[in-house]
Design a protein around this ligand. Structure first.
Ligand SMILES: *Cc1c(COP(=O)(O)O)cnc(C)c1O
Length: 428
């Protein structure tokens, strides 16, 4: 595998950008490797600047459920570009996208677009605090809700990868109201509410955790959160930035028929362009300016290119109904991966939802961050490097989810499986 151009670019990048990257996990540090720089991508494939071709399981960390540059979407985005990039004014596309989201999440009565998942969760928290006139927020260890100050306490994603669960620069005064509890532990939530119930503005949760690797909610965990928050007059926020339109046409909330007060969205709803959204009950969302006093704004919010790309992506998902087939493909693929490792006597667990999954090297599926951290990370590194050489790009960290797109068909996945067998035989 030739990588001279990537190496050269990485050296230049390190001189001018912290770690040479715009987002930490891209530096490949967690897998003791050097990053590749990307030239282009198409369908399930991504190409680096040295001309290497990889089957892509990062997919921009989730948004690209249709694969890279789906022709129909490209056409629509090109047309939109010709009409101007941004107006800072309202457009029809925003309204259509909002309506499409409402069709998938019928309980969302009002929605506001922002530019990232980070902005969505940050703003949802502000609204929840304003609505309840309380300050405390419960979040779960290993869940990632973007990088705003309040949530940078034992957060997942890059924070977890780099062993910096909290961050310098976040004042204690800001996070003193953030209560951190283990994922899937309803007892602890109950105890906390018994003590601080009257002060808790909201509970925020990834209804399927995707930022410490994939950790599924135990039976009744989410239902329990709904019940307790209701009892104490706190709001429940489902952060569906990953799960929204990844588990199906809707989210975990709609599939499980649990109605949170607010949800946050991002990733798939922009189809690869920067976007985020928060929405929910009318009485809560009507606090948002200019209907209400809670200020939140954005120069590029709801911009025509992102909303065009997102809307087209959702229209195609609605029309093509790709989820059952993707789910089947992923089930078969992960079943076969398990077989390969078991044949070698290596314990492996593969938690998954419709279109994303994790490979943990542990006997039992982790239920929380502590159990995730006990899994064997050395095997993951070997697999990552083995795949990179063989033209498959995994997320460069054992704590990030792997994603598939509609372009990851049976043939492609069986090709990946053959490479996996070769790695296990030669390199593990
Ligand atoms: C990616 C992610 C975010 C942050 O979104 P950005 O667009 O990266 O700011 C928030 N919450 C969850 C669950 C995410 O997966």
């Amino acid at each position: 595998m030739e990588n001279l151009k990537s190496k050269e670019l990485y050296e230049k990048a390190k001189n001018i950008m912290p770690g040479g990257v715009s987002s930490p996990v891209r530096a490949f540090k967690a897998v003791d490797a050097e990053p590749v720089f990307i030239e282009k991508a198409e369908g399930a494939f991504i190409f680096d600047v040295d001309g290497n071709k990889y089957i892509d399981f990062i997919l921009s960390w989730g948004p690209l459920i249709l694969g890279h540059s789906y022709p129909e979407v490209v056409q629509e985005v090109k047309k939109a570009c010709e009409k101007g990039f941004s107006y800072g004014m309202s457009t029809e596309k925003e309204v259509l996208l909002a309506e499409k989201i409402k069709k998938a999440f019928p309980f969302v009565q009002k929605i506001r677009f922002v530019n990232s998942g980070t902005e969505a969760t940050m703003s949802a928290l502000r609204v929840a605090r304003a609505y309840t006139k309380r300050n405390k927020v419960i979040k779960f260890e290993g869940c990632y809700h973007g990088h705003s100050d309040f949530f940078l306490v034992k957060a997942g994603s890059g924070g977890l990868t780099f062993g910096v669960p909290s961050s310098p620069g976040v004042p204690e005064s800001v996070i003193k109201d953030t209560i951190l509890l283990p994922y899937n532990n309803l007892e602890k939530v109950k105890e906390t509410f018994e003590k601080y119930g009257a002060e808790i503005a909201c509970v925020i949760v990834e209804p399927i955790a995707g930022n410490m690797g994939v950790v599924l909610p135990k039976e009744n965990f989410l239902e329990g959160l709904r019940e307790i928050t209701k009892k104490y007059g706190s709001l429940l926020i489902f952060d569906e930035v990953i799960t929204g339109f990844r588990v199906g046409f809707g989210g975990v909330s709609t599939q499980k028929n649990i109605i949170p007060d607010l949800i946050t969205l991002g990733k798939v709803i922009g189809g690869g362009f920067p976007i985020g959204a928060y929405g929910g009950r009318k009485e809560v969302m009507e606090l948002v300016s200019p209907d209400g006093p809670v200020y939140q704004a954005g120069t590029l919010s709801g911009n025509p290119i992102a909303t065009t790309c997102g809307l087209k992506t959702l229209e195609i998902l609605e029309r093509e109904k790709p989820y059952p087939e993707m789910k089947n493909n992923l089930e078969e693929f992960t079943r076969n991966i398990k077989k390969l490792f078991h044949k070698k006597g290596i314990p492996v667990s593969i938690p998954k939802s419709t279109t994303f999954f994790s490979i943990f090297f542990s006997e039992k599926e982790p239920e929380n961050l502590e159990e995730v951290q006990k899994t064997d990370k050395e095997i993951f590194k070997k697999i990552f490097k083995g795949f990179l050489k063989r033209g498959v790009l995994l997320p460069p960290s054992p704590f990030e989810a792997l994603f598939i797109s509609i372009c990851h068909d049976k043939n492609l996945l069986s090709d990946v499986l053959e490479k996996m067998e070769d790695i296990i035989n030669k390199e593990i």
